[in-house]
Write a protein that binds this ligand. Structure first.
Ligand SMILES: C[S@@+](CC[C@H](N)C(=O)[O-])C[C@H]1O[C@@H](n2cnc3c(N)ncnc32)[C@H](O)[C@@H]1O
Length: 279
């Protein structure tokens, strides 16, 4: 049995390859998956950050192994996610054009039913240095259901009537549209150091609120700095199972989570965590 890196009342984090951990999870057991797979864009280029020119490279994990090998990688982890997802369960996949079209093609090939493609607009995106093409200022999030006939969770009223102060496009008490304006992570979200592709907490709390219910199990096979687990903890009453191959990012996740859950779980039920739920 593989020992988790970290467990708390509602969180279990594995420092391991996601395919190995996914193969140990019972089929049809997970309510929602959020996956932010490697972008495969670390090609030794340069980008702009805080007005400075910096290498685009995120890490070894983000290097492309060529189009065909990258496609096989995406096919394998998406199939492994499909196996563990409940029939009514949904999967979110985020990415840029470097990976998202491959993932979208594979979702359809593996008979997922597409629900939405969300454009996450970053109003504070970094400028383009070359001035030879448009400034990249959005990422795409695909949202799909495992079984077309099953009834998935969509908390429509919470999305329509909720409070989204950071989103200048969302009008009060109107339907949530598929373009979300959310700035990149705030400084306080990076107080323990940051993951190079860390997602904003308000993006993940919105996703958790929109597509899960109390008691649900949420899985992130590419945990990174743990944003999905932290968002699940903030929303509350959700179990989180994270998998991350790099130890330093597991340590970062533990520190970020520690800040939220120190002094006990904010929503009670001590002793329960995904591994127990799944047993
Ligand atoms: C795009 S980042 C995720 C960032 C995360 N959403 C956040 O907000 O911090 C992808 C992560 O997947 C991890 N990773 C890459 N291959 C993996 C694998 N086979 N199994 C588990 N984790 C993997 C990388 O180390 C990296 O931290």
């Amino acid at each position: 049995m593989i020992k988790p890196f970290f467990t708390s009342e509602y969180v279990t984090l594995y420092n391991h390859d996601c395919l190995e951990i996914l193969s140990t999870i019972p089929e049809n057991s997970i309510n929602m998956i959020f996956a932010d797979p490697p972008y495969m864009l670390s090609n030794d280029g340069f980008t702009c950050q805080n007005g400075k020119m910096v290498p685009v490279n995120k890490g070894k994990w983000d290097k492309s192994k060529g189009f065909e090998n990258d496609t096989v990688f995406h096919e394998e982890w998406i199939a492994a996610c499909r196996r563990v997802l409940k029939p009514e369960g949904t999967i979110w996949i985020s990415g840029t054009y470097h990976s998202i079209y491959q993932c979208g093609y594979i979702l359809q090939k593996q008979k997922f039913h597409m629900l939405n493609d969300i454009a996450w607009f970053k109003p504070n995106a970094a400028p383009n240095l070359s001035c030879r093409f448009f400034t990249a200022s959005h990422e795409t999030l695909l949202w799909a259901r495992k079984d077309k006939k099953a009834k998935h969770i969509f908390n429509y009223d919470e999305m329509k009537g909720g409070y989204f102060p950071e989103d200048k496009l969302k009008k009060e008490n109107t339907q949530m549209r598929s373009v979300w304006s959310i700035p990149t992570p705030k400084n306080e979200e990076k107080m323990f150091g940051k993951h190079p592709t860390q997602k904003p907490l308000s993006l993940l709390t919105r996703i958790v609120k929109a597509s899960t219910s109390p008691g649900d199990i949420i899985l992130d096979p590419f945990n990174g700095g743990g944003t999905t687990g932290i968002a699940s903890t903030i929303v509350g009453e959700r179990f989180y199972l994270g998998i991350e191959i790099e130890k330093s990012y597991c340590e970062l996740t533990k520190e970020r989570l520690g800040k939220i859950i120190k002094g006990g779980s904010p929503f009670g039920n001590p002793g329960a965590y995904p591994a127990r739920q799944l047993a």
